[in-house]
Design a protein around this ligand. Structure first.
Ligand code: EPZ
Length: 442
């Protein structure tokens, strides 16, 4: 186990290159198992969830070779459906995409219950199941997970999603790509990762139209061919660094970003008092801040609304903004477990419910030891540690590593004092008041 040690109070300045989008790369990696030919994926982020996905697919017979740390060559010809390794499937939410792939190539599926960030409200997959059933599959749960088969093969269908679920939209696109007939997904998610998946599959010969709108049409094709595809930049990683500099003060430029994906985050940062300049042609965004932030009201919405995956990072900013801010979480209920940890630094809430939180800004945060509760909650802890006076420690870093590539390296290059070290069991802890690893006061 590892932890981050962060000494706060430093401004962030400089340039940071944004990695490829985790939530686009994940479905695209699974989609490669639909393809008998070789694809090359560029700009794949070096994050833990991708590592886990590569291990799952490799165990199932997909051939994957690293041409560089961020370029993968993938051939799905050897893919063996229904052989996924349960312990790895349980680690990530995106392993649910195996269902769409397995049904699409073999008309049957069997996977363990997928894992991923655990939120109080639970993360049901009922919309995925209903969609597969509409396409002719019989789905059920067994003691360890989900299974299903399509006795007469899948067929194109009209599917309405009660919620614009990202995962269900991805899974149904994957299932429909090689399925004879016409599939219509209504009330589909419109996130950039959906558009990216459709673009990638179309580059491979699929026939998917209207991705990015709420009604996606998929005309099944008989096979796919290889292609080279570049994963778009991660709008949540980008948003996290933008929020971080708003909180610490300073001026940073993000490179390799698509500003149009960041509009909701940019609007809210401006409303809080940060200065944001976006350059579409150069694919850069520059954020500067004097730390003089103002309270806001925030409501999470499906894209192009404000993303739920930026909600915890904005809670960290609200903690030091003048006045009382309100968050309404409309996408993932119970996504506030991280607040208890933030409070250790002096973050003050004056009301919390499953779907909302009210945060009163304070003038100063103090260092504390925190334990990451989930990926984005962990990012919020890094942010408060950067803003706090003194040295904080953040445990459970593996949760942050699920979605942030080299977070300590990127923040150090911007001027932060942040180190990663082993989280020693308590019997091995030094008796002195200074860390044996870093020499920093504990
Ligand atoms: C994706 O999760 C992302 N994960 C999440 O990112 C992100 O928070 C979420 O979309 C929302 O944007 C990946 O892309 C791998 P959903 P997913 O299906 O697909 C309800 C991160 O930090 N729902 O849109 O699981 C349920 O309330 C992660 O990078 C149903 O009721 O999201 C759920 O909470 C965390 N039935 C909400 O919709 C269903 O069958 C959003 O789910 C499916 C969803």
């Amino acid at each position: 186990m590892e932890k981050l040690i962060i000494t706060g109070g430093k401004q962030l300045n400089g340039t940071v290159a944004i990695s490829g989008m985790k939530n686009a790369a994940l479905p695209i990696l699974f989609a490669c198992a639909l393809n008998q030919q070789t694809c090359v994926l560029q700009n794949v982020p070096a994050v833990k969830d991708i590592e886990t996905t590569v291990s799952i697919l490799t165990a199932m017979g997909v051939s994957i070779r690293h041409l560089s740390p961020t370029t993968l060559e993938i051939n799905g010809a050897g893919f063996q459906p229904c052989t996924s390794p349960n312990p790895l499937v349980r680690r990530i939410r995106a392993s649910s995409y195996l269902m769409g792939v397995e049904l699409g190539v073999a008309g049957r599926t069997r996977i363990a219950f997928p894992g991923g960030c655990d939120f109080d409200g639970g993360r049901p997959l009922d919309l995925h199941m209903k969609g597969f059933e509409a396409m002719g599959a019989e789905m059920r749960t067994y003691n360890e997970g989900y299974m299903g088969h399509a006795p007469d093969g899948l067929e194109g269908a009209k599917i309405y999603l009660n919620k614009a679920s990202v995962g269900a939209t991805v899974n149904l696109i994957l299932a429909a790509t090689l399925t004879p007939g016409h599939t219509v997904i209504s009330n589909a998610a419109r996130e950039p990762h959906i558009v990216s998946l459709a673009r990638f599959l179309n580059e491979c010969g699929a026939n998917i139209v209207n991705a990015g709108t709420s009604e996606i049409h998929v005309e099944g094709v008989s096979s796919l061919h290889g292609c080279t595809y570049r994963i778009p930049p991660d709008m949540i990683e980008a948003g996290t660094y933008m929020a971080a500099v708003a909180g610490t003060g300073g001026c940073i430029t993000l490179t390799g970003v698509y500003p149009e994906h960041l509009q909701a985050t940019i609007d809210k940062l401006r409303e809080m008092g940060a200065t944001v300049e976006a350059n579409n042609a150069m694919e850069t965004v520059t954020v500067s801040s004097d730390r003089n932030l103002f309270a806001i009201e925030l409501e999470t919405q499906p894209y192009p609304g404000f993303p739920t995956d930026m909600q915890p990072q904005f809670a960290a900013l609200m903690a030091v903004a003048k006045g009382t801010s309100i968050i309404r979480e409309n996408i993932i209920g119970g996504r506030f477990a991280y607040l208890e940890q933030l409070k250790r630094t002096g973050v003050k809430t004056i009301g919390e419910a499953k779907e909302s939180a009210c945060i009163e800004g304070v003038s100063r945060l103090s260092a504390a030891n925190m334990t990451a509760t989930d990926l984005r909650g962990g990012a919020a802890m890094v942010m408060v540690a950067l803003m706090a006076t003194g040295t904080s420690e953040i445990r459970n870093v593996h949760l942050i590593d699920r979605g942030y590539d080299n977070i300590e390296g990127k923040l150090s290059a911007l001027g932060a004092t942040i180190l990663r070290c082993q989280d020693l069991p308590s019997e091995n802890l030094p008796t002195s008041n200074f860390s044996a690893v870093t020499g920093i006061p504990l």
